[in-house]
Design a protein around this ligand. Sequence first.
Ligand code: BT5
Length: 275
Amino acid sequence: MPRSDAPSNPAAAPLDIDKVRQQLIPRRLGVKLHYFAEVGSTNARAQDLAEGGAQEGEVVIADAQTQGRGRLGRRWESPAGRNLYFSIILRPGLVPAHAAQITLMAAVALAETLDLFIAATAEIKWPNDILVGGKKLAGVLTEAACSADAIEYVILGIGINVNYRRDEMPEDIRARATSLADLSGAFVARENVLARLIHALDRCYGVLEQSGFDALRPRWEARFALRGKLVRVEHLDQWIVGRARGIAPDGALLVEDESGALHNIYAGDVIALEN
Ligand code: BT5
């Protein structure tokens, strides 16, 4: 007889971390997986580990987050049994000015991996959103600890909606969010997505360190969701409006204002003013 608490829907089963381990070929990223049924935020937990001397490539994974965070204090919806929430500790040999390139590198690995599970193309909205059909499928939150001239460590946090059903999403994100299951019409094993993604991140991270962001730029550009679109970029109390033209070799977003001047944007939120 089935146990009364046995999940009738495979999407509700907890993440099977051993399945992830079985699929991982140990490389630089994924050297150690720290799994928790629930944490506040995997980024916060990874930061504690990094401060305690954890090595590059250790990964914190949680089945649920009670305080999943987005950028600028925003919230990341993180229900149990559905999605992927994880953070990787990196100790990159990059100058602090290039720390933001980690987000762009991760977006390439993410979009290319998520494409394997859906029929559509995952697009990148600078700097950290992965969108399909204009709806958010995944987000990246990179937090760096730097000294004057070196990066001590970077926490690369990634949230992916895998088997998140539309009717489970809070009202305020339902119209703007999607999930792999929503897009493919089928249950997707989170363990497969995670193992493939860690491998893809490992490869892209290697390219970034050895050859710089410019070597990943064509792959990033190929998925750029905002090319040619009129956008408003907001950062703190400043904003500019112009057409998104692409990305610079160092990862800056290029926006051309109405006078034809090109601006290199390094931080901010981009709002598309046209579809
Ligand atoms: C992000 O922020 O997109 C970064 C999200 C990173 C989450 C991961 S999960 C593992 C790791 N640990 C953490 O604590 N965080 C990272 P941002 O661009 O600021 O987008 C946040 C906005 O996305 C919110 O204000 C909502 O509008 C929307 N949102 C929240 N949860 C969502 C979800 N599950 N799916 C789609 N959109 C969501």
